[in-house]
Design a protein around this ligand. Structure first.
Ligand code: NI
Ligand code: MN
Length: 231
């Protein structure tokens, strides 16, 4: 089995790649000033959505329609997407705690404390997603504030990487994210959801310094388009 590669696409969008499979999380590319890929040509086998906000749902429908990628989102949001995707499209509709299996691995929707109304007005709940691909386990925290249950996903599945929002205003800020990194317990952290727009500008290097000073994790600050290999 080859290594799992994580490609940061800007904001909260990432591509997880292993053995020719591409899993996108929160593919907000069109209208994302940091986007490191285009919705018109990015590859996708599956698209996982943490919540309904436009900066996460993003180009899900367009990419899934073009590529045929499976789509998975919280049940109410999946209900909205059902009407937007072609008939027969592979659409999964978990709720919190649910695990969805794929040919390439699995994904579990876990709590996040945040809101989630979609641009179309669908009300649902926000989530984080734990993804297992290529023998690696990655926890995308979605948009969340700091809360103690962030420690729970790692108790079930030892984590290799956590993607943690640090921008503040809409999510936890970089100070609370230091505490979150310790709670989550992954050995490697990539900060997300910062710098895209003025309200979420922050000092990612200071976040990295503070986490590494605590000794809880190594931090990789990725510029949009940069990749990280989970060997
Ligand atoms: Ni949000
Ligand atoms: Mn967001």
């Amino acid at each position: 089995m080859s290594a799992t590669t994580v490609r940061f696409l800007g904001h909260a969008a990432v591509a997880l790649e292993c053995d020719g499979v591409t899993v996108l999380i929160d593919p907000f590319l069109t209208g994302n000033p940091q986007a490191a890929a285009s919705a018109d040509d990015i590859a996708a086998d599956a698209i996982l959505v943490t919540h309904g906000h436009g900066d996460h749902l993003g180009d899900t429908v367009a990419i899934a329609t073009r590529t045929g990628a499976s789509v998975a989102a919280i049940v109410e949001l999946a209900g909205e997407l059902r009407g937007a995707l072609p008939d027969g499209h592979d659409l999964r509709d978990p709720n919190l705690g649910g695990t969805i299996t794929f040919d390439w691995g699995w994904a579990r929707w876990v709590p996040a404390l945040h809101t989630s109304t979609s641009p179309q007005g669908t009300v649902s709940i926000a989530a984080g997603i734990v993804v297992h691909i290529g023998g690696r386990t990655i926890y995308h925290l979605g948009d969340t504030c700091l809360f103690s249950d962030l420690a729970l996903p790692g108790r079930r599945d030892p984590l290799d990487l956590a993607l943690i929002p640090i921008g503040g205003h809409y999510t936890m800020d970089r100070t609370d994210a230091v505490t979150a990194a310790a709670l989550v317990g992954a050995p490697l952290v990539v900060p997300i959801h910062h710098g895209t727009f003025p309200p979420i500008a922050t000092d990612a290097q200071a976040f990295a310094r503070d986490v590494e000073r605590d000794g809880t994790a190594r931090v990789a600050v990725l510029a949009p388009g940069e990749t990280l290999e989970l060997a």
